[in-house]
Design a protein around this ligand. Structure first.
Ligand code: NAG
Ligand code: NAG
Ligand code: NAG
Ligand code: NAG
Ligand code: NAG
Length: 459
């Protein structure tokens, strides 16, 4: 089993494409409250794991060898407690009661065997850059069993021998079962590096970049996000300084705290721009009340347009984002600055496109962030005014003031709708399979975003 895991790990390492040296920083902090949650939901799997098969007890005391069947009827874990060990990992303390049936003659015997289990586990960065938990010490400690039924007919000698037998078997197997449980957890944690779609041809993948930082209050994973466009990693032109998330930050007592650096957002916007996802064409239709994009409307403002197009023809606004949108995080608010290049074209009589003029536009948007499921979503609205400058004209003088009302308002709504649809799809946050964020809250700080959230594990 271990060999198979190792081989798989090696394969995944070979498949990972070279990651750009500078990488947008993300910090995932798992806080103490998450350990209480794990302690809660972990009892049932622990109980299952401890249902161990005990071989029959061979009684040598009589005249002939008597095999006595023994069965663990149930395991109850009344108490499970997890703590962080600074600089190392986790400490586990659990108590369990085994209900054991001994099929002795003439009467079966039922025992309760209490156990206290302590274990330390190291949390480290694994070979495929996911967190790996490994048990370093594990010691089950048994207390004397209490007899529920059938004590009258059982010799005290048999009781002592049976207990010795059961304890010997359990001592061997309990820690093995705990290790298996942890192996399953590691496979699960390995899904951190799964690729998640960002857009049609783009994906994001998170992986650890260093050993986790462990204090008495949290485990922090420094995670980098690599964005892929058509399978190729996107390299940020700016050099990414390492991102440090202050402590404490966000909601006190939250299970998880995520810190997302500005670089992650820059990288996502660069990806969307490179993918051309931010470009759009706004097309006018003739004889439509709500879309007055036609040459006769424009001809009233620009005589040359009226001269060239005596018959009304539809207009097309080609909106392209040459410059990457820039996001800025101030305390409590986020803004997005777009600099679209808008080309105004008319469909001429031979249905070819004819460029009339082009505009350089600057628009500031306010960006609201929210989390749903495991995705960070955005919504924008226009902040202040749209600034237009004429870049080129084939129709003589263009009065910006005059075309502002027509062109500015006409591309504003489609651009916002387009952008909001795109940002509304959201980008996957670092997570593992079946783990969801609950009641997430988003906070904007100078230069970074913090998400405080509960966690919910769905089997
Ligand atoms: C488990 O064992 C402990 C110690 O013997 C006892 O105090 C406790 O009541 C037991 N719990 C159950 C559910 O049997
Ligand atoms: C065990 O012994 C007690 C008295 O010592 C008696 O009351 C009880 O019925 C006996 N139980 C069984 C199962 O024989
Ligand atoms: C052109 O747009 C104007 C509104 O600016 C509208 O009244 C007119 O009907 C449109 N013309 C055509 C032919 O669609
Ligand atoms: C955003 O915050 C900054 C600094 O706190 C402030 O100067 C700016 O006016 C705010 N903008 C909005 C749209 O609230
Ligand atoms: C956009 O915001 C920047 C910085 O806050 C400001 O300097 C600029 O004038 C704004 N532009 C527009 C078009 O509102």
């Amino acid at each position: 089993m271990a060999g198979v895991h190792h081989g798989l790990g090696l394969l995944l390492v070979l498949l990972l494409p070279a990651v750009p040296a500078s990488s947008p920083g993300t910090v995932v902090r798992i806080n103490r409250a998450a350990l209480s949650y794990v302690s809660d939901v972990g009892k049932v799997p622990l109980q299952h794991a401890l249902k161990i098969i005990v071989p029959p007890f061979l009684d040598w005391s009589g005249e002939m060898l008597q095999p006595t069947r023994i069965q663990i009827l149930g395991v109850h874990v009344p108490h499970l407690d997890l703590k962080f060990i600074a600089g190392f990992g986790l400490h586990l303390m659990a108590t369990a009661n085994f209900t054991i049936k001994v099929f002795s003659v003439p009467e079966p015997l039922e025992l309760i065997l209490p156990m206290t289990l302590t274990a330390d586990a190291r949390v480290a960065q694994g070979p495929i850059r996911t967190p790996v938990v490994s048990i370093s010490t594990c010691s089950p400690l048994f207390s004397p069993a209490s007899v529920l039924d059938g004590s009258n007919s059982t010799s005290p000698m048999l009781l002592v021998l049976v207990q010795k037998h059961v304890k010997a078997i359990l001592s061997n197997k309990v820690c093995l079962r705990i290790s298996n449980l942890v192996q399953g957890l590691n496979v699960h944690l390995g899904t951190l590096i799964g690729l998640s779609p960002v857009g049609p041809e783009s994906q994001i993948r998170y992986s650890m970049i260093s050993e986790p930082v462990i204090t008495g209050d949290y485990i922090a994973l420094d995670v980098n996000a690599v964005l892929f466009l058509l399978g190729q990693p996107i390299v940020l032109p700016l050099d990414a300084a390492s991102f440090v998330l202050p402590w404490p930050v966000g909601v006190k007592g939250a299970m998880a705290t995520l810190g997302l650096s500005q670089q992650l957002f820059d990288c996502v916007l660069l990806l969307l721009q490179k993918a051309g996802a931010l470009n759009l064409d706004v097309t006018g239709e003739l004889n439509s009340e709500d879309n007055p994009l036609n040459t006769s409307a424009l001809g009233r403002l620009i005589p040359e347009v009226a001269r060239q197009f005596p018959n009304p023809m539809p207009l097309v606004l080609k909106v392209q984002l040459g410059a990457t949108p820039a996001v800025t995080f101030h305390p409590h608010n986020a803004t997005l600055r777009l600099q679209p290049f808008v080309e105004v074209l008319a469909v001429s009589s031979n249905s070819a496109f004819q460029s009339l003029f082009s505009l350089e536009v600057v628009v500031n948007l306010s960006l609201q962030l929210s989390v749903s499921k495991v995705k960070l979503r955005g919504a924008t609205s226009v902040l202040g005014d749209i600034r237009l400058v004429v870049a080129a004209s084939n129709v003589g003088f263009v009065d910006v003031e005059q075309v502002h009302a027509l062109v500015g308002t006409l591309f504003e709504k489609p651009l916002l709708d387009h952008l909001n649809a795109l940002l509304g799809m959201g980008i996957a946050l670092p997570s593992v399979v079946n783990l969801y964020f609950t009641n997430p809250e988003v906070f904007v700080y100078e230069g970074y975003v913090v998400i405080s959230s509960g966690l919910f594990y769905q089997r």
